[in-house]
Design a protein around this ligand. Structure first.
Ligand SMILES: [Mg+2]
Length: 453
């Protein structure tokens, strides 16, 4: 999974909203050029939780290591063709920082050979270093060779990357992007668009870690719905983490509360509470219970008993003009009271009620087809007076599009998902509906998620 790393060569960092950027990416790339903007003092002034990844394109690398460390940098990159490479590597390590070697487009990868096991990262330049806005030079064969030399080294590509060229560097780990983001009117929208897939992957990793640590929980549905929750919280819902009861907010009602790990991960990552809370999932005395409760910031409804969420959501939609999003499962369609809410929502023409059904074809004790056959759900909801959209619930574009709705009837989005999505041995298996991965399984799952492209 390629990560996006925004790069700020000519940008005035004081004008950037780092709090927003932090939701989508983990690092910021800072180019240090002779007479450039980013002196150690200027780097120190950048207040952010992002890792500061500094590329020293100046002659005196050694003298600048400690000043940039003191400015908060945790990674130093310098050119592989410079002198005394080993000494510089040692000095950066001694300062407790990560080392990256930069390689220019015209330099042969073999020059990395003496150092490749001694460094953490390689910065592959896909333009000639220095100026922003240059044309991308294809370096895909170089990435391949570096991976062969050391599969553990992190490969970053820098220069001329945009949405269309991202495909050419799929084997790299990080795409450093500057001009393409910051020349746009709304840089945060570009960052969001390029990073959403990676955010969903992080949510999946949280789900695995939380359930493994608690030794109980429901990974199947949560992994399958990670893309839906990511789109909702990182791209669609209106909310204010500093004012959780803001009266103009969108409501999110989770009916199948057992998949709450996906929701908790999103709530933590957008800032409703600290990410350290995730470690206390299902632990006595901690905030994040095994099923959502209204004591948790950002949670609108208690849930656990299945089939009641849609009634809660319909009540909210009837009582306010705010948008109400409700997540239900396909297994919940077996519950009678679900259909009472379906009729009520149709009767009162609740156009502000948008329901997303996790159509993953499994439930606790088996496949939905065997437990209680649901047949044509689209037809059923249409007959009950709803609008219906059918989508691939693991496709971010389709999810986003389906949520754009202005209608006079309630909307049912049937999101066809793969339960266990992203973890090969969990995908499509109802056995993982409510089973925690042990340490070995969790490690394998996390490896797969890290490698997914
Ligand atoms: Mg299901």
């Amino acid at each position: 999974m390629i990560k996006i790393e925004p790069s700020i060569l000519d940008i005035d960092a004081s004008k950037l909203n780092f709090k927003k950027i932090e939701k989508y990416v983990e690092r910021v790339h800072i180019d240090v050029v002779p007479k450039g903007k980013y002196t150690p003092t200027a780097v120190k002034r950048i207040r952010t939780e992002l890792e500061k990844d500094v590329h020293l394109m100046i002659l005196d690398v050694e003298k600048n290591i400690i000043p940039y460390k003191n400015a908060g940098a945790s990674i130093i990159n310098f050119n592989v063709m410079s002198e005394n490479v080993i000494e510089k590597i040692k000095k950066i390590r001694k300062a407790g920082m990560k080392v990256g070697l930069a390689i220019n487009p015209e330099t042969h990868v073999n020059v990395l050979l003496p150092f490749i096991k001694k460094i953490d990262e390689v910065l592959v330049m896909s333009v000639h270093p220095g100026k922003g806005g240059q044309r991308f030079i294809n370096i895909s064969s170089k990435i391949k060779k570096i991976k062969q030399m050391n599969p553990d080294v992190l490969i970053k590509v820098d220069g001329g990357i945009k949405e269309s060229t991202l495909r050419k560097i799929k084997n790299a780990d990080v795409a450093i992007i500057g001009s393409y983001i910051f020349n746009k009117k709304k840089p945060i929208e570009v960052i969001k668009k390029l990073s959403l897939k990676h955010v969903a992957n992080n949510v999946r990793k949280d789900i695995i870690k939380m359930i493994n640590k608690a030794s109980s929980g429901h990974p199947g549905g949560a992994l399958g719905m990670a893309d839906v929750f990511t789109t909702l919280y990182f791209d669609e819902l209106k909310y204010d983490v500093n004012n959780v009861k803001w009266d103009k907010r969108d409501y999110l009602v989770l009916s199948n509360g057992h998949i709450c790990t996906a929701l908790y991960s999103c709530l933590a990552r957008v800032g409703f509470f600290s990410r350290s809370e995730l470690e206390g999932f299902r632990k006595t005395g901690r905030m994040l219970e095994g099923h959502p409760s209204v004591h948790i910031p950002g949670i609108e409804n208690g849930s656990g008993p299945l089939g009641i969420g849609l009634s809660q959501a319909a009540g909210m939609a009837l009582g306010s003009s705010n948008r109400v999003f409700c997540v239900v499962s396909d297994g919940e369609q077996d519950e009678g009271n679900n259909w009472e809410a379906v009729m009520l929502a149709a009767k009162y023409k609740l156009g502000n009620l948008i329901t997303i059904m996790d159509r993953n074809k499994i439930q606790l004790s088996g496949n939905t087809k065997e437990v209680m056959e649901l047949k044509n759900l689209k037809k059923k909801y249409l007959t009950f007076g709803w609008n219906v959209r059918s989508i691939n619930g693991n496709n971010l574009k389709q999810i986003k599009k389906s949520l754009q709705y202005k209608g006079k009837k309630p909307l049912m989005i049937i999101a066809n998902t793969t339960p266990g999505k992203g973890v090969s041995f969990m995908e499509g298996k109802y056995e993982w509906h409510g089973k925690a991965p042990n340490d070995k399984e969790a490690m394998k799952a996390l490896e797969e998620l890290d490698e997914s492209r």
